[in-house]
Design a protein around this ligand. Structure first.
Ligand code: SAH
Length: 263
């Protein structure tokens, strides 16, 4: 059955920008390199343009859609091939969803919750193998940024620490209806290919990365002092404290965490 596009009024608060370009949805589905046994969870299937392409590669998938008005049309088009969860993705426990296989998460999703979705995937990385999402180009550039650049920050360090990140391709506003204001990029975060497998207190690592970048113009001496590390600890560090967070590589953030850890 074909979904009647005209009967659904788009909801701005749900970040609804529906993809209109089948070539893009085909490219997204192909980028997941799916095999029949893969367990795919789609976030925000909307009217199903990506769902349709994904189901050309696998017999079944699970989708989480917040908008109750879209559930019936999705059910009638995809039937048993689709398990639908009508909920906010941010409320769904991925540990319960994952069964034998790890989850490949995919979605053309609302821009306003991009970071929350990425961090949820990171927090669930024991059950999520990869995340493929459409996000604002500008945010994608921040995620892949290298030290000593303006774009380098909390997102770059935390996400590059937890997985291997690639920008796959860009998508222009004209490919959506309604048109978003900005250009988008499709990125892939592969949690299986971790570049940094150092032992490290992850909570402390996050605290240091967030704390030092929140005051990115200040020296590490000042930012670490505000994070309440003792003068003794600071003077024992093997690191030039006149540097700023944006000059530290991920490896250096990890070394710093290990030096500051009490263990
Ligand atoms: N993937 C579709 C729809 C994109 S619009 C396409 O490419 O055309 C974004 C979709 O995400 C909408 O269907 C919207 O209802 C849904 N959505 C928004 N917030 C959500 C949330 N928190 N959890 C799950 N779905 C959400």
């Amino acid at each position: 059955m074909v979904i009647k596009l005209k009967t659904h009024r788009h909801k701005k608060f749900l970040g609804q920008h529906f993809l209109q370009d089948k070539n893009i949805s085909r490219k997204i589905a192909e980028s997941l390199l799916l095999t029949e046994k893969d367990f795919v969870v789609e976030i925000g299937p909307g009217k199903g343009i990506l769902t349709r392409e994904l189901l050309k590669h696998i017999p079944h998938l699970t989708a989480i859609e917040f908008d109750g008005d879209l559930i019936d049309p999705l059910k009638s088009e995809f039937g048993n091939s689709l398990t639908l969860i009508n909920d906010d993705f941010l409320n769904v426990d991925l540990n319960i969803l994952a069964k034998k296989n790890k989850i490949k998460l995919v979605g053309n999703i609302p821009y306003n919750i991009t970071s929350q979705i990425i961090f949820k995937a990171i927090d669930s990385n024991s059950v999520v193998s990869e995340l493929l999402i459409m996000i604002q180009k500008e945010v994608a550039e921040r995620i892949v940024a290298k030290p000593n650049s303006k774009a380098y920050g909390i997102l770059s360090v935390l996400i590059q620490y937890f997985g291997d990140v690639k920008i796959l391709f860009n998508v222009s506003p004209g490919c959506f209806y309604p048109k978003p204001k900005v250009t988008s990029s499709v990125i892939k975060i592969d949690f299986k290919k971790r570049n940094y497998l150092l032992s490290c207190d992850e909570l402390l690592f996050r605290k240091i990365v967030r704390g030092t970048f929140n005051m990115r113009r200040k020296t590490l001496r000042n930012t670490l002092r505000s994070l309440k590390f003792s003068e003794d600890k600071l003077s024992s560090l093997d690191l030039d404290l006149n540097r700023r967070a944006e000059s530290l590589s991920i490896k250096e953030f990890l070394d710093l965490t290990n030096q500051l850890s009490n263990k």
